[in-house]
Design a binder for this molecule. Structure first.
Ligand SMILES: C[S@@+](CC[C@H](N)C(=O)[O-])C[C@H]1O[C@@H](n2cnc3c(N)ncnc32)[C@H](O)[C@@H]1O
Length: 253
């Protein structure tokens, strides 16, 4: 796989991900020339290197703005910004509720928002993404995020928050492009798929994704280490969204 040739096509808008390209690209992505750079990004990210490289590549393709829910201290944001830097200017908006996570074994944070800012600065991306402080399922927080889009549609949405896919999309769905790239973390742990106790979010995320697939609202392209789902929304997503949201709320809240 010539990743550089594909990247050039993604950046120029000549090439788009589908299931076959995502499988071929993602299956060989550790040989990508940017793998060493993403290994550095991994020091501030809970995600796998394969997923960081795929986020970078998706950000190169994205037509429109990029929104992520749950950047923590900025690893995923930095991977996305590497993809933007290698393609063309795109608005990037990150939504995180913030707080502290002192118990994390390798990346503790006493102030998630402050560490997000510091890590973006250290990576050379200060001011290149807007941080909306609050919950993805909060109307006011999303109003701030949508204002930062300045009328642009969302061409890529990444959710890595609390496992509630549709609830974190509720105030963004009307702003998604019809062919929006979607990335949803925590559908499984590919290394230990039979141990749902590994992560309490797996069950709910997997069920929400299954609902979206059976409603024809999303297309599955691939799942990459540790267990991040990559795909795309379909033109049906908006019309079936109220049912998906209601089912998720009934099931889990
Ligand atoms: C698993 S971490 C994200 C990891 C990150 N993407 C990375 O690259 O390391 C989840 C993050 O989501 C945030 N979070 C949890 N629920 C949220 C919600 N509903 N809305 C916004 N942020 C949320 C947490 O504060 C935390 O920073």
């Amino acid at each position: 796989m010539d990743h550089t040739a594909i990247d050039n096509g993604l950046a120029a808008g000549d090439c788009r991900f589908d299931a076959s390209l995502a499988q071929a690209y993602g299956g060989t992505v550790l040989a990508h020339p940017a793998a060493a750079r993403m290994a550095e990004v991994k020091t501030v990210s809970m995600l796998g290197i394969e997923t960081l490289l795929m986020l970078r590549a998706y950000a190169m393709e994205a037509r429109g703005a990029i929104v992520e829910v749950g950047p923590y201290v900025g690893g995923s944001t930095i991977a996305i910004l590497h993809g933007v830097a290698a393609s063309q200017h795109k608005t990037v908006v990150s939504i995180d509720c913030g707080g502290a996570y002192l118990e994390h074994p390798t990346m503790p944070s006493a102030d998630i928002h402050a560490d997000w800012l510091r890590n973006l600065d250290a990576a050379g991306f200060a001011g290149r993404a807007h941080l909306s402080k609050g919950f993805g399922n909060n109307r006011g927080t999303c109003a701030d995020a949508v204002a930062a889009l300045e009328g642009r549609q969302i061409g890529m949405l990444f959710i890595d928050a609390n496992g509630f896919v549709w609830q974190n999309m509720r105030y963004l769905v009307d702003h998604l492009a019809e062919d929006c790239l979607l990335v949803l973390d925590d559908v499984t742990n590919l290394l230990e798929p039979d141990d749902p106790d590994q992560n309490i979010k797996f069950g709910q995320t997997r069920q929400s994704v299954a609902d979206g697939l059976s409603a024809g609202a999303i297309e599955h392209y691939g799942t990459f280490l540790w267990g991040t789902w990559f795909g795309r929304g379909t033109p049906r997503l908006r019309s079936v969204f109220p049912g998906l949201l209601a089912a998720e709320e009934r099931r889990w809240t």
